[in-house]
Design a binder for this molecule. Structure first.
Ligand code: ADE
Length: 234
């Protein structure tokens, strides 16, 4: 057990999918995995381990924002020896070419600050995805026929953003979408020598103001979960 994860040693798989929402972890585990066991309930942050096509996988909530994700990713990597961590989650679209329900596979993630900012100081570190995961995720998205984009995203610290100028600059520089966790996941993966990727579904759009109705979310989020699983186990 760790401070925030109640699982015994051995109950967490080497491959961990990280949705922000603990209930989405439960939904994805029940829908896609076999032999599912709940391995964490501490503070309501649910984690489940099961198998997918014979491979052991844990699906564990990360919470919202980089400080929360940092807690779970640190403990999963350092204490439970997770080796492959794939964020699955929603994001806001930032380009006209990006539509609701599209999948974004994040090559890199820009930030204003992350929990790792104190280490980097004046350095603008460029966090990047693991290339082998990225490549297999792209192949999976292609073969599934989903509309997908590969490129940079913005990991923001704020959902209700008071800096439209910053968002506009991100958009002007080709950023595909905004979410709140991937940059710190990529930084931690680099620090500890493990693999990370973020596969996201566009749930709302900053330019059009559209948002997915909650009933539509499940089906479009299913593609993202399967892309993440196929990326981990090609
Ligand atoms: N996650 C989903 N939509 C988002 C948005 N618009 N901003 C930040 N995170 C998000």
């Amino acid at each position: 057990m760790t401070v925030h994860i109640g699982a015994e040693q051995g109950q967490i798989a080497e491959t961990v999918l990280l949705p922000g929402d603990p209930y989405r972890a439960e939904w994805a585990a029940n829908k896609f995995l076999s032999d599912v066991v709940c391995v964490n309930k501490v503070r309501g942050m649910l984690g489940f381990t099961g198998t997918w096509r014979g491979n052991r996988v844990t699906i564990h909530g990360s919470g919202m924002g980089m400080p929360s994700l940092s807690i779970y990713a640190n403990e999963l990597i350092r204490d439970y020896r997770a080796k492959t961590l794939i964020r699955i989650g929603s994001c806001g679209g930032m380009q006209d070419s990006v539509k609701l329900r599209d999948v974004i596979i994040a090559m890199t993630a820009s930030t204003v600050s992350t929990p790792s900012r104190g280490i980097f100081k004046e350095l603008n570190y460029a966090p990047c995805a693991d290339y082998s995961l990225l490549e297999t995720a792209v192949a999976s998205a292609k073969s599934r026929g989903v509309s997908y984009h590969v490129g940079g995203i913005y990991s923001s610290d704020v959902f209700y953003d008071e800096r439209p100028d910053l968002t506009n600059e991100m958009e002007r520089h080709g950023t595909l979408g905004v979410e709140m966790e991937a940059a710190e996941l990529y930084i931690l993966a680099a620090r500890y020598g493990v693999r990370a990727l973020a596969v996201l579904t566009v749930s709302d759009h900053l330019k059009t103001g559209e948002a997915l109705p909650s009933a539509d979310r499940e089906t479009s989020f299913g593609d993202m979960v399967e892309i993440a699983l196929e990326a981990a186990f090609p």
